[in-house]
Design a protein around this ligand. Structure first.
Ligand code: ADP
Ligand code: MG
Length: 322
């Protein structure tokens, strides 16, 4: 997943704790393999994961995949529908045209983006849960689960920790955080929301208990050309970078949902994003615009503390509807 995964468990039995850690990491490895779009540089025989198989059979035939892959894609499709395609896992060809993934990034010509965009359509991603198959109906289509895989892996890792009796844990996978239970002293875990323009500094502190907080930012993966930064969150309606926000954080009991939504809100922008997320039960969001204006949903009021650092202007509740 191209990121550092840090799992922190607190329990009384060290051996049990170490076993739990191993299980959590095994989950991340498994989901990474299933969702990886690029064959690994391994000298030994490499067995392709589900996404490689699905992409390799685009326009040809449905591919049988694991229950995990079906669940990831079904949830993605659900939110693709709700967001009018702002979140779209068939974004693969456009990611390729920008060179994300193979580290040969450059700004593609409009015609190249146009060609790639004609292959992006979540309606052409066919999932058959009964047969456990996925089919991309057009040749050249490709899935990219980079906006959801980490969150799903997180939920599965948390499930594994709970199953072996872990009561207090904190997992961080590159901006995707899960607070399992409370801290051992019974207080909620406290997690910083990064300052998008000053790494190492934080804009706010979130109190979390049995909850995920997932952050997407324009600084996570990007390249620079002629003084302009090109990052990795693409608006599927244009094939170009979404530019209305610079960072989004979503809080939810489901890390899968929070991961999808952090990317989706980034694309939707402050106005459409806020009005969308305020109608979603159990979901909180903190959106930061390029003007350093911060919008937060009202349901986070009791768990969100701004540091006052970095010159951010907090527009709390401005879009509250009811
Ligand atoms: P990060 O990977 O830094 O945590 P995100 O969760 O926001 O950030 O995911 C960004 C990734 O999602 C991109 O690298 C790409 O793989 C994929 N992606 C980019 N734009 C979209 C989009 N509009 N819909 C779905 N996935 C996207
Ligand atoms: Mg995401």
């Amino acid at each position: 997943m191209n990121t550092l995964v840090r799992v922190h468990v607190i329990c009384e039995d060290e051996e049990k704790g170490r076993k739990a850690l191993k299980q959590a990491f095994d989950v991340f490895k498994k989901i990474d393999h299933l969702t990886n779009r690029f064959p690994e540089n391994k000298p030994v025989a490499f067995s392709p994961g589900d996404v490689l198989k699905i992409n390799g059979s685009a326009g040809l035939k449905p591919v049988q995949v694991s229950a995990d892959t079906i669940r990831i894609i079904q949830r993605s499709q659900y939110y693709a529908g709700l967001t009018g395609g702002a979140f779209d896992v068939s974004i693969g060809p456009v990611m390729d045209s920008w060179g994300f993934g193979n580290n040969q990034q450059y700004v593609p010509a409009d015609e190249e983006i146009g060609r790639a965009l004609s292959l992006v359509d979540y309606g052409k991603v066919e999932v058959d849960p009964g047969k456990a198959t996925v089919f991309l109906t057009e040749p050249g289509m490709s899935l990219d689960l980079g906006g959801v895989a980490k969150g799903y892996a997180m939920d599965e890792a948390v499930k594994a920790l709970r199953e072996v009796g872990m009561k207090h844990a904190l997992i961080n996978a590159g901006g995707c955080v899960y607070a399992l239970g409370t801290r051992p002293d019974g207080e909620p875990w406290r997690v910083g929301i990064q300052d998008p323009r000053s790494s190492g500094d934080i804009v706010a502190i979130l109190s979390l208990k049995d909850s995920a907080a997932v952050t997407s930012g324009d600084y996570q993966r990007y390249f620079e050309q002629e003084g302009v930064l090109y990052h990795h969150i693409i608006d599927p309606s244009t094939g170009k970078q979404a530019r209305e926000l610079i960072q989004t954080t979503v809080v939810s009991e489901s890390a899968t949902d929070a991961d999808i939504l952090s990317t989706a809100l980034f694309v939707l922008g402050p106005r459409r994003g806020m009005s969308f997320v305020e109608d979603l039960p159990g979901t909180g969001a903190v959106l930061i615009g390029p003007d350093k204006v911060v919008l937060a949903t009202a349901n986070l009021n009791n768990q969100l503390t701004f540091t006052g650092d970095g010159g951010y202007q907090i527009a709390r509740n401005v879009t509250q509807k009811r």
